[in-house]
Design a protein around this ligand. Sequence first.
Ligand SMILES: Cc1cc2nc3c(=O)[nH]c(=O)nc-3n(C[C@H](O)[C@H](O)[C@H](O)COP(=O)(O)OP(=O)(O)OC[C@H]3O[C@@H](n4cnc5c(N)ncnc54)[C@H](O)[C@@H]3O)c2cc1C
Length: 449
Amino acid sequence: MNNRAMEYDFLGIGFGPSNVALAIAMEEHAASHGTRAQFAFIERKPSFVWHGGMLLEDADMQISFMKDLVTLRNPRSAYSFISYLHAKGRLESFINLKTFFPSRLEFNDYLSWVAGHFEDRCYYGEEVVEILPDHGTGTDDAVRRLLVRSRDAEGRLHERFARNLVIGVGGEPLVPEAFEGQRDARIVHSSRYLEHLAANPGLQPRRIAVIGGGQSAAEVYMDLIQRFGDASVSLIMRGGALKPSDDSPFVNEIFNPGFTDYIYWQPDERRRRMLDEFRNTNYSVVDVDLIERIYHMLYLQRVRGHARHALLASRDIERVMPSADGIECLLRDREEGGAERHVYDLVIVATGYRRDAYQRMLAPLGTLLPEDGFGVDRRYRLRTCESCEARIFLQGACEDSHGLSDTLLSVLSIRSQEIVEALHDRMLPALDAVPHARQAMAEAVPMSQ
Ligand SMILES: Cc1cc2nc3c(=O)[nH]c(=O)nc-3n(C[C@H](O)[C@H](O)[C@H](O)COP(=O)(O)OP(=O)(O)OC[C@H]3O[C@@H](n4cnc5c(N)ncnc54)[C@H](O)[C@@H]3O)c2cc1C
């Protein structure tokens, strides 16, 4: 072990929007409270980019710019979207756009601009591979700090100690069972979509499939149709139709940061029911404008009498067999039961993300983690055994306990403040244990109820 490894008050793993918001909250807390914590972030990408594989030219944000990294917490922050526009000399022009929903390209530029202010706080190009317990200089069993091991692009191992960790590593590609273990360059997850095209400039696929029925699948489908004029593109989905995402105002209240308390304090069964009820705000749904564009495009095909592109709904993918001729997919109609065989030159799998990568990272902590599984308290602190004095916080992996906003941008500004306060021990850790406080929170209904 490297004895000269640095020790930090906290290390953030991943430097996506969640941990960038935390960096700002730390800086603003330090300025207002005169605190000075030693902290840094470790990010596997060589520089900041927000879902670079899906930065499509004509994709817009699905959230108001006012839910940027700071505004709901501190509207006077120097890191707001409006401050960014002002710094870039585009504030007046943006106003003339008359929109709350900037393009994803612009929001990525905003996030990169903020991240740039914290360049000296982030070790880019290092992937955290494991986290180990460390007793420090103590002689008892207490784990006072954690050893964070990361690997850079040249394969060199780096080690740092942290008394607190904030893990914000986002999602990892999730693929249907038939695609698991397939290692064929012609099968690409949507998270790498633009990178794949950039790495293969001569690509001219004629038969393309997009798998999935959500926003990313629909966006990639239309992008491929526009990009490859000679290709025929099929959208293959399990659902019976493309369904619209519900972003109407009453429903949207579930993304208010204040709703987090409400859902967190519900009994487990009721919380699960609420998560199910509102899944159509975020999963397997598409912006209604895009649905209408797709419908229009398919309708015009019928007018022309030439059905080049297809939408294959209610289909399961039973088998995937790569061969020299292409990627053969065996589809089963979920309603009628019939089977179809199609061969594609390129398959884009846009079936979402899983958010359990932190569990693999933390596996070396073994018995320090409770036997009954991973769980966090209201302030996002992972439950560990008492002998673990080092604290671990999770950002973006707490949907089951903290609600559907947890993986999105809506709560980042407030959540980062809650974690900063917990890091400074200014929270009320006993709140979870006080029954009447629990009851009061569960009864604090949102405006519309
Ligand atoms: C295409 C797309 C569009 C979206 N649009 C919206 C939207 O309009 N509105 C909205 O609210 N939400 C949107 N989302 C949801 C999205 O999850 C959030 O916007 C946001 O990215 C969450 O930030 P994060 O920091 O938690 O995770 P991420 O943005 O995923 O960042 C995690 C970071 O951790 C790094 N990392 C992962 N593993 C390691 C490791 N082992 N070591 C070091 N670094 C690691 C990753 O490289 C990444 O930079 C969108 C998601 C996608 C995929």
